[in-house]
Design a protein around this ligand. Structure first.
Ligand SMILES: CC(=O)N[C@H]1[C@@H](OP(=O)(O)OP(=O)(O)OC[C@H]2O[C@@H](n3ccc(=O)[nH]c3=O)[C@H](O)[C@@H]2O)O[C@H](CO)[C@@H](O)[C@@H]1O
Length: 341
């Protein structure tokens, strides 16, 4: 007989959805029925619409409330309320007693419904160094909040796929550099890559470059026109192989990417997305930077004269130091803890 139904909610970007995916996989492996509740906006449907592991997937027509004003804020709030009622119906139908949120506006209706419902335990995984707006409101009602950045979190390790650990290696010299823009790509990183690429090419360093969909053609054309041999792609399902091939990385500091890089022991030069809420990407990387385990430069101050000397630093020491930042099995430990309630 199948076990109870557990709801996983949240999404919007790849960073949130990757953690949702880790929860889904772990719960399915333990023979639970899993229901995903996300939004019609963002990337939720692309990740989970046809996911056969799920017992049910609901995509509600919701949008962010935080940045809205006046009438449009009232309309969004009213919509949120009615979608929360929809979630309550789902909980009652499937006798849901546990709801896990990974944050993002997609998580709002299902989180509020979990708080309203009696005999329902609500859990949060916060990925970032600064708590998102929704989590700030709902965390007061959560049974537990798990976060790699919270001192009192019961599990401090980040849910990273085991394959990043299994394929980790200590880097000693730089033969290949990867540029990663996060799940949507980053024009600032693309521009920086194109600026430093000719010199990297001269130095005999191979380039791997994830561009994001919108900027793919421009970046690919540049490499072609300048006869630079680079592995250019907009998005890949197998980022691990690309990471593993690289000896150094230039990346946004989204939480999932950051901890995957740590798990893989890949020394990284972080360029945080400056518009991330409360500048959380900068603070995600800052902890590593303070431990001298990464390089960090803000987008507006990007400077090749700072970047190139970084390539001559003690890569092996950084790569080895990253081993202590994250241990495997975070998702197992979090789910073990959740199931105790
Ligand atoms: C612009 C923005 O607000 N970004 C947020 C978003 O980032 P974003 O969605 O970019 O999130 P992350 O960097 O955390 O994760 C991206 C995920 O996509 C994967 N990937 C990426 C490229 C690719 O080609 N293939 C692939 O599989 C990465 O391996 C990673 O697992 O969520 C993160 C987690 O809450 C936040 O820290 C970020 O600040």
């Amino acid at each position: 007989m199948k076990k109870e139904y557990i709801v996983v909610t949240g999404g919007g970007t790849g960073g949130h959805l990757k953690v949702a995916d880790a929860f889904i996989e772990e719960l399915i492996n333990r023979d639970f029925n899993v229901i995903f509740i996300g939004s019609t906006k963002g990337q939720d449907k692309a990740w989970f619409e046809n996911d056969r592991r799920l017992s049910e997937a609901f995509f509600l027509d919701t949008s962010g409330v935080v940045n809205k004003k006046g009438l449009s804020k009232i309309l969004s709030l009213t919509n949120m309320f009615s979608k929360s009622l929809e979630c309550l119906k789902i909980y009652n139908k499937f006798k849901v007693k546990k709801v896990i949120s990974v944050g993002g506006f997609s998580a709002a209706p299902a989180s509020f419904a979990a708080i309203f419902k009696r005999n329902c335990s609500f859990f949060i995984h916060e990925q970032n160094s600064k708590m998102g707006k929704l989590n700030q409101i709902t965390s007061k009602f959560a049974r537990q909040i798990y976060s790699s950045f919270l001192e009192n979190s019961k599990v401090k390790d980040y849910p990273v796929d085991l394959k990043f650990f299994e394929n980790s290696r200590i880097r000693k010299e730089i033969k290949t550099i990867a540029f990663f823009g996060g799940s949507q790509g980053a024009i600032a990183i693309n521009n920086f890559a194109l600026k430093v690429a000719p010199k990297l090419n001269e130095m005999g360093i191979k380039i791997i470059h994830q561009t994001g969909k919108n900027d793919f053609e421009r970046v690919k054309d540049f490499y072609q026109q300048n006869s630079i041999n680079a592995d250019v792609f907009d998005f890949t399902k197998d980022i691990m192989s690309k990471m593993n091939e690289a000896d150094f990385c230039v990346s946004r500091a989204g939480a999932s990417t950051l901890f995957e890089l740590c798990a893989n022991n890949l020394p990284t030069f972080f360029i945080p997305f400056k518009y991330a809420a409360a500048n959380h990407q900068y603070f995600n990387a800052k902890e590593l930077f303070d431990k001298k385990l990464c390089f960090l430069q803000i987008e507006d101050e990007l400077d090749e004269n700072y970047f190139f000397p970084c390539l001559n630093s003690d890569i092996e020491k950084i790569s080895t130091g990253l081993k202590d930042i994250i241990k495997p099995n975070a998702i197992k430990n979090i789910v073990d803890d959740i199931l105790e309630y």
